[in-house]
Ligand binder design. Structure first.
Ligand SMILES: C[S@@+](CC[C@H](N)C(=O)[O-])C[C@H]1O[C@@H](n2cnc3c(N)ncnc32)[C@H](O)[C@@H]1O
Length: 269
């Protein structure tokens, strides 16, 4: 495990958020890198919903999901055992247990900002990627998160999340720095394609889901424990829960956040 701590843990509320993720809503920017025979490594795969879609798209290839948390890897391996070309391993993304040039695509979604040495992690992804392959990263920039309508408790939630991620050794602005990380990892500017995309939750069902899981996350689990340990008062937590419920019930409300994305072409020659 890396020295940085994963801020949110794998509580039921966190897993509901992660399991919603698909190639369509979270990895469209790199879908062109995937072919039927691609060898793919998904680092920091969590419960593996995106990883399993990689296995379907690369049915004649090989897909490995890797995460530092043994419990989430055990769950993913059980849930997706039907995919014969998919395996899950426990490892630290800063020390990938693979030879050089093992994969055609090395993918990372929403994990780089939780660790301490992002450029070293991208260099490690590059090491295990074969010549001509792609290293693909999509990360949030927490500054871009917008809860509408504006509310003081939701502003406090947003600020608190950045503080916790930083305190745990991560970088909540990582999504804005991906080109720098890729350059520091040795990629030439001409081999880095940059894009951005967003999530937006506004329908009744989306607000009920997103507001509900965040109301859980601020009350129980590692994130809630760290909020209390940092001195946050119960009244502030209750106000956040009330604000999240009011937000979810407001048909005019929405949440949006923007992600940075890079596809880096590996050239060893
Ligand atoms: C926000 S989740 C993203 C999961 C998945 N990529 C997705 O988007 O659904 C971050 C994941 O990174 C994992 N993680 C944190 N630090 C790690 C490290 N050093 N090496 C490997 N995985 C790590 C956590 O255990 C967690 O499952």
């Amino acid at each position: 495990m890396s020295p940085a701590q994963y801020t949110f843990g794998h509580t039921a509320g966190v897993l509901r958020s992660h399991r919603w993720r698909t190639i369509a809503n979270s990895a469209q920017y790199m879908a062109h890198c995937l072919g039927p025979t691609s060898r793919v490594c998904d680092v920091g795969c969590g419960p593996g919903s995106i990883t399993a879609e990689f296995a379907e798209k690369c049915a004649a290839g090989r897909v490995v999901g890797l995460d530092a948390a043994p419990a989430v890897i055990e769950q993913a391996a059980g849930e997706f055992r039907r995919h014969r070309n998919l395996e899950f391993v426990v490892a630290d993304m800063l020390h990938l247990p693979f030879d050089d040039n093992t994969f055609d695509v090395v993918h990372c979604h929403q994990t780089l900002h939780h660790i301490g040495d992002q450029a070293a992690a991208v260099a490690e992804m590059r090491r295990v990627c074969a010549d001509g392959g792609c290293v693909c990263v999509r990360e949030a920039d927490y500054d871009t998160a917008v809860w509408t309508p504006r509310n003081a408790s939701l502003d406090l939630l947003k600020a608190t999340l950045s503080t916790l991620v930083s305190a745990n050794g991560g970088d909540p602005s990582a999504g804005a720095k991906l080109v720098d990380y890729a350059a520091d990892a040795g990629f030439a500017a001409a081999d880095i394609s940059v894009s951005s995309s967003s999530w937006r939750f506004a329908s009744d069902a989306e607000r009920a889901w997103w507001g509900g899981l965040w109301a859980e996350r601020v009350q129980t689990g590692p994130q809630a424990d760290q909020m209390r340990a940092s001195g946050m008062q119960e009244a502030d937590i209750s106000a956040m829960v009330d604000a999240l419920r009011a937000w979810a019930a407001d048909p005019a409300a929405s949440f949006a956040t923007t992600f940075g994305e890079v596809v880096c072409r590996v050239r060893n020659a």
